[in-house]
Design a protein around this ligand. Structure first.
Ligand code: ADQ
Length: 729
């Protein structure tokens, strides 16, 4: 099941009548043959709207058929999702041209809505066992919606454009959402190893997910996401055959330099024309000897930047031709149109040089088509280092497209290159492309998409040494831990949530160190928390920090809490009116929690809704927890306030000069502490990875917290007390 922005067919309306044409472009050419072979369905935008009664062509009968599932887009959606967010935001940014990128919230909102519709359409027409294969930058959020609709689905993604470096990527205001979109997949494929590396780097640094850089895997909660490089190939045999079938062009004695592109600013066409101009300046002997034939297919004509680019190229061509042209020789021939594949194959075959100089390109199929078409006199490929193809096409003459002098020098070198040298280079290029062709790509990608993956190895002490070793050295450590879901698994009843003996030992060992303060910060009532943890030498903050006590601390109760105790008791009585088996109320002084974990799952949401309404009506704040709703007094005090209070109370207002803080938690209420400690501490969120977090890193489970405790307990004692400053993680 394929999802891509465009279907392999395009609807056009000429004089009111619907016409159906085959879509152009590398993606369709690559996938259509595979879909014909395998069957399945293809979800995409047909480029126009069907009116009442009109239908898409029926599927061909027999095994080689696949269905088309059109997603209609309104004019606003085309403007905001397609021309806007896809082509004005993501396209320039992902091509490392951030100066050209625009960021508009409404474009983003339409992008999100259209991605959701694609996901819904895919669910309608696919079966549970189907592989859902999403393509390209228009649909970076689709997997996130698919995963919600179908948690067990097998989802793969392939990006046809570059994935930029961390430095560029983080400019995007919605960087988290897009990364989380990709992490909803099982496999995320790129053209190049460099792009996969950039992606993993962003996932690690921006989302705090654990990454195995050797295996190219991400620990995403309880799933493993595989990244990888799958360089796209062309249908080599077909291209070669097409080139052979063309008549030889009548020789007119000129050497031909060929440029073939969509008219796009990433393709570096003006830069290429300037480099050709430099060649004519630096090497006048080639005037009247060479011609640059530049063919540019019109593209994205509605976007103003593309209109401006077209004008720039028109002017540049005019200038160079005016400057160097003779009555019988025009240096640049420029065609602004699409060319039929057979004609293009003949040009590729007969060109002396293919000049492929994008400023940035995901892969670039023109370079590959040129190589496959070299069935006559061998030519030379001059190729930009910024194209994905440059990662493998070593035998081309690789250039920096921004350096006109160097491109001109390489053109000069190519024009003078001996036949033996040209032949050796082109044969090596051909061999690689013949082997790594389109069907090899499909086989590799689909093979990887079907593979089962084990979870990453659990975190080890070495991981914590790497993340925290330098951060903690020479400082006292203040360690804050949530209890339920962090130090022990969530259980069906709070009374059953017991610390494992190994965790209790490690916790006690941390607390016994003279250079480490340990505090437990929980939504439980203080007395309950102290009882269930059962360790001395620790501080405890109960009721989300409304009540605090511990060594070196004056017992603290928030001044407003007494007032709310009475009202909480009343609210508890009211909530007792929800008579549902398995539902019960835990009274915690100034707050309370209604638990429904043991209730009929089908009734859970209704119970929670009723509880939330009653809690709000009583003037408390309802907050969702694990199969529970908490009622918190509206006193503007949370775990974040509690942590900062404890640090100040114990170590004075300048605590940050002496202390390093670690906070570990697993739920929404811990986010308050993560926010309060931003830039001040090392924060970890445990468990599910599909919720957003402000923590710096994520850990999979309670076992990881135990490892952290053991590492903290065993590390060498701090010698000096915080005189030196170190970077904040
Ligand atoms: P594009 O940016 O479209 O593709 P490219 O890979 O070069 O770039 O593919 C262009 C295709 O259009 C080629 O097959 C070429 O033959 C054809 N074409 C170009 N100009 C033409 C003309 N004037 N007439 C007829 N045909 C023409 C995106 C990414 C690329 C990535 C592909 C596939 O930007 O980096 O290689 O997807 O993943």
């Amino acid at each position: 099941m394929v999802l891509s922005n465009r279907l392999p067919i395009t609807l056009r309306r000429a004089r009111g009548k619907l016409q159906i044409e085959k879509s152009s472009g590398g993606l369709v050419a690559a996938l259509e043959p595979a879909m014909r072979q395998q069957g399945g369905a293809w979800v995409g935008w047909p480029g126009g709207e069907l009116r009442g009664g009109e239908k898409l062509p029926p599927p061909k009968s027999g095994a080689d058929s696949f269905r088309l599932s059109p997603v209609g887009l309104s004019a606003t959606e085309v403007r905001c999702y397609y021309h806007g967010f896809s082509n004005r935001t993501l396209w320039p940014l992902f091509h490392s041209l951030p100066g050209r990128a625009e960021f508009h919230r409404s474009d983003w909102q339409h992008y999100e809505a259209v991605n959701r519709r694609f996901a819904e359409a895919a669910c309608e027409v696919s079966g549970e066992a189907d592989l859902l294969w999403i393509h390209d930058y228009h649909l970076l959020r689709a997997a996130w919606h698919l995963r919600r609709l179908r948690p067990g689905a097998r989802i793969a993604f392939f990006l046809h454009i570059p994935f930029p470096s961390f430095d560029i990527y983080r400019i995007l205001p919605w960087y988290r959402e897009l990364l989380r979109g990709l992490l909803a997949c099982d496999l995320v494929g790129f053209h190049c190893a460099d792009y996969a590396k950039n992606f993993l780097d962003c996932v690690e640094r921006l989302l705090g997910e654990r990454v195995d850089h050797d295996a190219l895997q991400v620990e995403h909660g309880h799933r493993t996401v595989q990244a990888g490089a799958f360089p796209l190939g062309i249908d080599y045999a077909a291209q070669e055959q097409l080139a052979r079938a063309q008549r030889a062009a009548a020789p007119n004695g000129e050497r031909l330099i060929l440029g073939v592109d969509r008219l796009d600013y990433t393709k570096g066409i003006p830069e290429r024309i300037r480099a050709f101009e430099r060649l004519l300046e630096m090497h006048p002997e080639f005037r009247e000897q060479v011609v640059l034939l530049q063919i540019a297919v019109p593209s994205r004509k509605q976007v103003t930047e593309y209109q401006a680019l077209k004008r720039e190229i028109d002017e540049l061509v005019g200038r160079v031709n005016g400057r160097f042209g003779r009555s019988d020789w025009t240096p640049i021939r420029y065609l602004y149109r699409s060319i039929a594949p057979d004609r293009l194959a003949a040009l590729y075959r007969d060109a002396d040089i293919a000049l492929v100089t994008p400023l940035r390109d995901g892969m670039n199929l023109v370079a590959k088509e040129f190589v496959a078409s070299q069935v006559a006199e061998p030519g030379v490929l001059v190729l930009s280092r910024m194209a994905g193809t440059a990662e493998t096409m070593h035998e081309s003459l690789r250039v920096n497209p921004y350096n006109a002098d160097s491109v001109a020098e390489n053109l000069h070198r190519a024009l003078l290159m001996s036949r033996e040298d040209r032949l050796a280079r082109i044969r090596a290029l051909q061999r690689r492309e013949r082997t790594n062709d389109l069907s090899a790509w499909l086989r590799d990608f689909l093979g990887a998409a079907q593979r089962e993956r084990a979870l990453l190895q659990p975190v080890s002490s070495a991981n914590f040494e790497e993340w925290l070793g330098a951060f903690l050295r020479d400082f006292r450590t203040a360690l804050f831990l949530d209890y339920d879901g962090t130090l022990c698994e969530i259980s069906s009843h709070p009374a059953r949530a017991r610390l494992r003996p190994a965790a209790r030992r490690a916790l006690a060992a941390c607390a016994a160190r003279s250079d480490t303060d340990v505090a437990i910060v929980s939504g439980r009532a203080l007395a309950d928390l102290r009882r269930i943890v059962g360790l001395k030498d620790l501080s405890y903050a109960g009721n989300h920090g409304i009540e605090i006590e511990g060594p070196g601390l004056k017992p603290f109760a928030h001044p407003d809490s007494t007032h709310f105790r009475k009202r909480a008791a009343e609210l508890a009585r009211e909530l007792g009116g929800i008579r549902e088996p398995g539902v019960w109320v835990e009274e915690k002084g100034a707050s309370l929690t209604l638990h429904y974990r043991e209730a009929d799952p089908a009734r859970g949401e209704a119970v929670a809704a009723e509880a939330r309404a009653q809690i709000s009506a009583a003037g408390f704040q309802p907050r969702d927890a694990h199969c529970a709703v908490e009622a918190r007094p509206p006193i503007g005090w949370d775990k974040g306030h509690a942590v900062l209070h404890m640090l100040r109370a114990r170590h004075g207002p300048a605590w940050s000069e002496r202390m390093r803080v670690i906070y570990v938690g697993d739920d929404e209420t811990d986010e308050d502490a993560f926010r309060a400690l931003q830039g001040l501490g090392a924060t970890f969120r445990i468990g599910r990875a599909d919720e957003p977090t402000l923590a710096l890193r994520r850990l999979r489970d309670v076992g990881a917290v135990e490892t952290l405790l053991r590492w903290l307990a065993a590390r060498p004692a701090t010698a000096t007390r915080g005189a030196r400053r170190r970077r904040v993680v």
